[in-house]
Design a binder for this molecule. Structure first.
Ligand SMILES: Nc1ncnc2c1ncn2[C@@H]1O[C@H](COP(=O)(O)OP(=O)(O)O)[C@@H](O)[C@H]1O
Ligand SMILES: [Mg+2]
Length: 264
C-alpha cells in the first residue's frame, strides 16, 4: 500500500459565526492523486488556504511526511514541499513566460523574488540549470516556443499552464492545484487532464481541488467530498459516484431557484 504523505486531522476554520471548514480529515498517499470536490461555497478554497498557510486554522493539524506544518506561514509551507497554484492566477503579465516560471524556483527559498532579481556571478551556473529546467517544463506543456513572450499576450488557458509550471519549479513533494480547469474551454480541459495524468504517472503526489466532478472522476485515486464545510464522503471514484449524500449535495444545487449557482 502507498505510504501516507499528507495527513490532515480535524481541520477547522470559522469566519465569525460561519463554520467554513469543519473538522476535515484528509489523507494523501505518496504518488497518488486525491481530489477534494464540493459545490460552490463548500469550503474548498478555504481548505487550500489553510493547508498552504495563507489562512490559519481555528483547530486541527496538518502533517507532511510526519512533519507538522500547522500554523506555519505560507513561505515555510512551500519550503517544506507543499506547493500550490491559485484559483485566480498570480502571474506577472508584463514579464516573459520563462521569468514567471523561474519565480517558482525561489518559492522554497526565504529570499523569494529577491534572489531572482539580484543575481550575482556565483548564481549564474545554477541559474542556467534552472532556466533549462523551466524551458523543459514549458516544452512539456506545449509552451516551449512561447518562453520569451510576455504572459499577457497568451490566451487564458496557456496562462493557467504557466502557473502549473511555476509550481513545479519548486520541486514540490505535494502539488496542490486549486480549480485548474476554471475558465478553460473543453479542448483546454482535455489538455489539462492529459498533463495532470502524466504528472501523476511520473510519481508526483497531487491534491486537486475541483468543482467539476466529471474531471476528477477521470484523474483521482481517491476523492473527498465537502459540503457546507463538512466531509460527506471519501473513497474511490466509484464509491463517490454512487454515494447518495454526494448525489444529493450536487443535485440539490441544481434546483430551479438556484440555477445561477449551478452555472458556476
Ligand atoms: N475571508 C472570508 N470571510 C468570510 N467568509 C468567508 C471567507 N472566505 C470564505 N468564506 C465563506 O466560507 C464558505 C466557504 O467558502 P470557500 O472556501 O470559498 O468555498 P469553495 O471554494 O468550496 O467555493 C463560503 O460560505 C464563503 O462565503
Ligand atoms: Mg473556491
Amino acid at each position: 500500500m502507498a505510504e501516507g504523505l499528507l495527513a490532515v486531522r480535524g481541520l477547522s476554520r470559522s469566519f465569525g459565526g460561519l463554520q467554513a471548514v469543519d473538522a476535515v480529515d484528509l489523507d494523501l498517499r505518496r504518488g497518488q492523486l486525491l481530489a477534494l470536490i464540493g459545490p460552490n461555497g463548500a469550503g474548498k478554497s478555504t481548505t487550500v488556504n489553510l493547508l498552504s498557510g495563507v489562512l490559519q486554522p481555528t483547530a486541527g493539524s496538518v502533517a507532511l511526511a510526519g512533519a507538522h506544518l500547522t500554523g506555519l506561514p505560507a513561505h515555510a509551507v512551500a519550503r517544506a514541499g507543499l506547493v500550490r497554484t491559485f484559483q485566480n492566477g498570480r502571474l506577472f503579465g508584463r514579464l516573459p513566460v520563462l521569468e514567471n516560471v523561474l519565480v517558482g524556483a525561489h518559492a522554497r527559498c526565504a529570499s523569494g523574488l529577491g534572489a531572482v532579481v539580484f543575481r550575482g556571478a556565483a548564481f549564474r551556473r545554477e541559474e542556467r540549470a534552472l532556466r533549462e529546467r523551466a524551458q523543459e517544463l514549458l516544452a512539456g506543456l506545449g509552451l516551449g516556443a512561447d518562453a520569451h513572450r510576455e504572459v499577457r499576450e497568451l490566451p487564458y488557458g496557456q496562462q493557467r499552464k504557466i502557473e502549473i509550471a511555476r509550481a513545479l519549479m519548486a520541486q514540490p513533494h505535494v502539488l496542490m492545484l486549486d480549480e485548474p480547469a476554471a475558465g478553460l474551454n473543453s479542448g483546454e480541459v482535455e489538455a489539462l487532464i492529459a498533463y495532470v495524468h502524466a504528472l501523476r504517472a511520473a510519481g508526483l503526489s497531487i491534491l486537486l481541488i475541483e468543482h467539476n466532478m466529471g474531471l476528477v472522476m477521470r484523474l483521482a485515486d481517491r476523492i473527498a467530498v465537502l459540503n457546507f464545510g463538512r466531509l460527506i464522503a471519501e473513497g474511490t471514484p466509484d464509491d463517490v459516484r454512487n454515494d447518495e449524500a454526494v448525489i444529493e449535495a450536487y443535485l440539490g444545487r441544481r434546483k430551479p431557484k438556484q440555477t445561477a449557482d449551478a452555472a458556476h
